[in-house]
Design a protein around this ligand. Sequence first.
Ligand code: ATP
Length: 363
Amino acid sequence: MTTQHIVKTVVALPGEGIGLEVVGATCDLLTGAGLPITIVTPPQGAAAVKSHGSPLPDETKRAARSADGVLFGAAGPASSAVVSWLRWEMSAWGGVRPITFYPGMRSPLADPEGIDYVIVRENSEGIYPGREGDLADLARVMPDLGDRSGRTVKEYGEGSFAVKVVTPVGAERIARLACRLARARQARGKPGKVTCVTKSNVLPRSDGLFRETAERVMAEAGGLQFEHFYVDDAARRLVRFPRTMDVVLCMNQYADILSDLGAETAGGLGLAPSGCFGDGWAYFESVHGSAPDIAGRGIANPTATIRSAAMMLDHMGLVAEAQRLETAVRRVYRDGKTLTPDQGGAATTDEMARAVLAAYRHA
Ligand code: ATP
């Protein structure tokens, strides 16, 4: 039963491509579920460029900043400014990406039952957002910068470089977020383990700092298990031993790659939700992109966005409603009758979202 709540505001920003379809279907579902929320859709993306001369007008930023929940769809060329603002300008430094298999999901693994872990992504540092330049410029200011074999920047001649940044502050706050999640999961019967992923053998100063900081934070926190794997080994383990994972703490780019891999092991990109958290700021979005190959056909799987909305509801304090929505998704997969083509079904995006709504009503 839905408890009485003050009506809260959700800002929905579909982005583009399939973002338009999956956010539309999810908003219809949230509205149909009778939740104590009002959904507003301020101008954004390509339409806002036409009407306001900007993909993210000031009025949209204001609406998002003052909303109780923000749901984003999928980024593409016309909406990269939207996600740049949501993630980087608003400093949503912590990405939380659950990887969960429900029976009925089309995993390529022979035995996916029980896959249930969370990838924690450092969102603000590492090699993203890109800081790039000409090698010649770098050679001018740091002529003696050399790699481990002694080859200096100058010796490479013409070319480009990218800068990887790791700070103690950035590493510590994300490690603390991983700890908090591991503890919350431990309280629900999970092992209470953080697996840190870096390439500190090759990058001992940058990745090494991330790893050492995570180790220290974990030691100070106490009561949780800690392990570390190099990113290549971690990729293998996520495929071979996914059930051994609980909270997987990754530097920015490693998480970007491993969360797509993890999503596939659990059934596909269309299923993987995420939340991005900063200090007093959060927004929620699917892990997948705008999928131009299927955009506009009404066949995109809405699960990732629906589950992102469930994470958003939880964050907004609508905890029971969030759990009920997650249970409804699980039921639709268990029943297997109303799934989109990526899951072997013939349902449209809207039909699948309506099946989740029906399951929500009967939960
Ligand atoms: P980006 O670079 O923004 O991540 P991309 O095209 O590389 O975009 P996605 O848009 O995430 O990656 O799509 C990758 C593949 O997964 C595509 O073949 C796409 O059709 C499929 N896919 C992604 N999301 C969904 C979804 N919700 N339902 C069905 N298939 C999806």
